[in-house]
Design a protein around this ligand. Structure first.
Ligand code: SF4
Length: 390
């Protein structure tokens, strides 16, 4: 049975991580090992925002690796498709990760400044061609450290999806074109972390689309980490703690089918905190939006990539926070091949929807489209709400 450890953070991050390893009964790093630590640093957000892996947890893991005698420790991340390429450096410098690396005497790397390994015409793989950072292979131990977040398409974004950060930026949209969950599983077959640690220590739970922290869902005072060598198991537990049945998370169930790990909670050896004491009720982004904009329908999203989805959700959450309301039904299309409804107001978002669509729909182009432009366009269809100016 796969073993998973859930450890509440009662002491330092270092002590919390050490306890998790003791409960797993493993020594994840051996003397001389080359170690890659892969966080989620999607944007230069506040350390405890829930949007990024807390740099203090990265420091604890880096220190642990050095104490275990690692020969080389690297913290590495690739650029988000939503953010400008130049943003990746700031994800290290403005969050304090670069200072932590300097203090520990370890390296931090931007994957896009180094080489990638090409996968071409992989049989049965979606997509067939993509590139993965060599750092994911050039290490003895790969420690994957995502942060607990919800996601519009995949429900959660945890350990399995965090590996998308190893892809070349330009290849990321292809992962969304056909079946994102299946593509993530294919990537997980190529890149296999030796240890996965989900950071659940923020005060709020991050959501893809809540880029500037527009929506806050409380962790209810809970602060803990979930660790396992089994990437499917750690995601199953991560989903369960926020009230999502792991069987309904396609990356998890497809991961089990592919033999990557165990998704059945009853077949996991869970050490540390009891799951039932940690369950936190969380609403998915679409549930939150439904409350603010019951007249809004988002379509095409299953084939769109994060560049469009994050821009759109972020714009909507900002408007929701400002109290804006839709005056009449509106269909918003993201992704390719838009179908324009005959009798409802329609807005297309992103180049795929605007350029390849039927003639004439109003929209916001760009790849990815600009959030401010989306806010401006959506504002045309909305009243100002109780809180005044949009
Ligand atoms: S327009 Fe949107 S869906 Fe199309 S490739 Fe760009 S970010 Fe992806």
């Amino acid at each position: 049975m796969s073993r998973v450890s859930i450890v509440k953070k009662r002491e330092s991050f270092y002590a919390t991580f050490v306890k998790a390893m003791e409960e797993l009964g493993i020594q994840p790093v051996a003397p001389g090992d080359h170690v890659l630590i892969k966080p989620n640093l999607v944007q230069p957000a506040a350390p405890d925002s829930g949007q990024i892996t807390n740099p203090k947890l990265l420091e604890a893991i880096g220190r642990y690796c050095l104490d275990a005698g690692a020969g080389r420790v690297v913290i590495g991340e690739g650029p988000s498709y939503y953010q400008p390429e130049s943003c990746l450096r700031e994800c290290f410098t403005r969050t304090g990760v670069s200072k932590i690396a300097k203090r520990l005497g370890i390296k931090w790397v931007l994957f896009d400044e180094h080489s990638y390994r090409s996968f071409r015409k992989v049989p049965g793989c979606i997509p067939e061609d993509f590139r993965v950072s060599e750092f994911a292979f050039d290490c003895d131990k790969f420690i994957n450290v995502p942060v607990l977040k919800t996601h519009f398409l995949t429900k959660v974004t945890l350990a399995m999806k965090n590996l998308k950060g190893c892809l070349k930026r330009e290849d990321k949209p292809m992962f969304h074109r056909r079946d994102l969950a299946r593509a993530i599983v294919e990537l997980n077959k190529m890149v296999a972390p030796s240890l996965n640690v989900i950071d659940c220590t923020a005060k709020t739970i991050g959501a893809i689309g809540s880029v500037d922290g527009e929506v806050h869902q409380s962790m209810g005072g809970s602060s803990f980490i979930i660790a396992s060598s089994d990437i499917v198991a750690v995601d199953a537990i991560g989903s369960a703690v926020i009230g999502i049945d792991p069987k309904t998370v396609r990356t998890v169930s497809l991961g089990k089918e592919a033999g990557l790990g165990e998704d059945d909670l009853a077949r996991l050896d869970v050490y540390g905190e009891e799951l039932k004491h940690l369950r936190i009720k969380v609403e998915l982004p679409q549930e939150q939006l439904r409350q603010g904009f019951p007249l809004l329908k988002i379509t095409g999203a299953e084939k769109a990539c994060s560049g469009c989805i994050i821009s759109l959700l972020s714009a909507l959450f900002q408007l929701q926070k400002q109290g804006a309301r839709l005056e009449k039904p509106l269909v918003v299309w993201v992704g390719r091949y838009p179908r324009v409804p005959g009798n409802t107001e329609f807005l297309s978002i992103g180049n795929c929807a605007c350029v390849e669509g039927e003639e004439g729909p109003s929209g916001v182009g760009g790849c990815p489209p600009d959030k401010k432009e989306i806010v401006k366009m959506l504002s045309i269809y909305m009243d100002k709400g109780e809180k005044g100016q949009i």
